[in-house]
Design a binder for this molecule. Sequence first.
Ligand code: ADQ
Length: 457
Amino acid sequence: MARLVVVSNRVPLPGQGQRAGGLAIVLQDVMDSVGLWFGWSGNTTPEGGNTVQTVTHRNTEYATIDLSEDEYQKFYIGYANSSLWPLLHFRQGLLEFRREDLEGYRAVNQLYSKSLQPLLQPDDLIWVHDYHLIPMGGQLRRLGVRNRVGFYLHIPFVPHSVFSALPQGDRLLQDMCEYDVVGFQTEEHRADFLDTVRQTLGHDITGDGVIHVPGRPVQTIVAPVGIDGLAFGRQAERAARSKNNKRLMDSLNHRHLMIGVDRLDYSKGLPNRFEAFNRLLTRFPEHSQHVSYLQVAVPSREEVTEYAQLRPILNRMAGDINGRHGTFDWVPLRYMSQGVSRSTLAGFHRVSRVGLVTPLRDGMNLVAHEYVAAQNPEDPGVLVLSRFAGAASYLQDALIVNPNDPDEIAEAMHTAFTMPLQERRLRHARLFESVLRLTARSYCNTFLNALSNKPGG
Ligand code: ADQ
């Protein structure tokens, strides 16, 4: 069997513990099939990426390079997270572009490619992940790599009219067309990509989503990420009996809990969600004293200005809500910006009557899957889900909302809190079926079948 080589911006080294973020979660269920995982160590050092460090753990070799502070700033903070991330989340107004960042981005990709190339074996299947590393496919080819190379975009793709705001965007599209397989979370993301390629580069595209780059087909596929729902459910059941859960339940004093779990990121729509809670308590005062909302939002990318600015906004809103609606024995909004382990969160999800997943845009959003998987089927909670999360394409029995309208979210909160048990069970049963269909394994199999050119892939 061919060896699988995974390439990602950041490599979660064994023993380092888990950070909030999607890729490590998705791949942890299929780690037994990963032969080599290559990427950045997460360290910045003065000499940057001159040496590759390797460590082997349970049949997987982890190979990492460091970056210099200058490389990190231009590549990661600059182009990847100040240009590509906002643009691909439809936030053209937040896009910051500097040519030196773009060149830094390409240079770091070249560093990755040159460091990886000597580690490759002829039959390896190479799977490159996410927007940080788009140029790698073409760079590896120019270094003489003949292996099959695939690329997967974890975040949305945007319509041509939005994409065209990106200076030198055509180069990036050409880079994406250097891969053998390009994968997306949803049909909509793929369709937007194909249309952008057609309009920008003029390539022929056939109905099966194959781009006919002269001399070479590029196959595009939809491979939604997922989780091991049964295992997460078992984890939630166990965690619900833990000390932490007992403390949480005691503190609730029989009130219903509503939960949100996100990275602190402007794409996750947190200010609108806070405002929605404010409106719930104002417009539906019957919930006053009877509900508590727990928001866990762990800081990320704080060196990017917009991320740093978000924190004080949420602090102020949380203070305002509690000041306005709270009483001497009831804190309506519990807002935490420290990390909480995934198993503890599983237990918290299980006892929450409402799960809030209301990003303004999201590639998929695994928290939606986790919330559903964690529920007790006999007495399940209700998922309120943004129509602009990739998850909404698959979890249609959630209460689907437009995250730009705090009133609509507030109404969905009210509906969720007052939903009869029978409807909650029915919706949950259907949602759970969808979660079980979209596993981490099915995601990997779909992508790898296409990458290894297997029929049906
Ligand atoms: P993210 O935006 O990082 O990743 P998301 O899917 O929302 O990912 O969550 C990833 C994981 O991190 C989940 O398992 C969640 O439980 C955990 N997590 C999130 N916030 C946390 C917190 N405050 N504390 C502890 N754990 C937390 C990208 C895309 C997503 C896509 C994933 C996977 O932006 O759209 O779903 O990749 O493809």
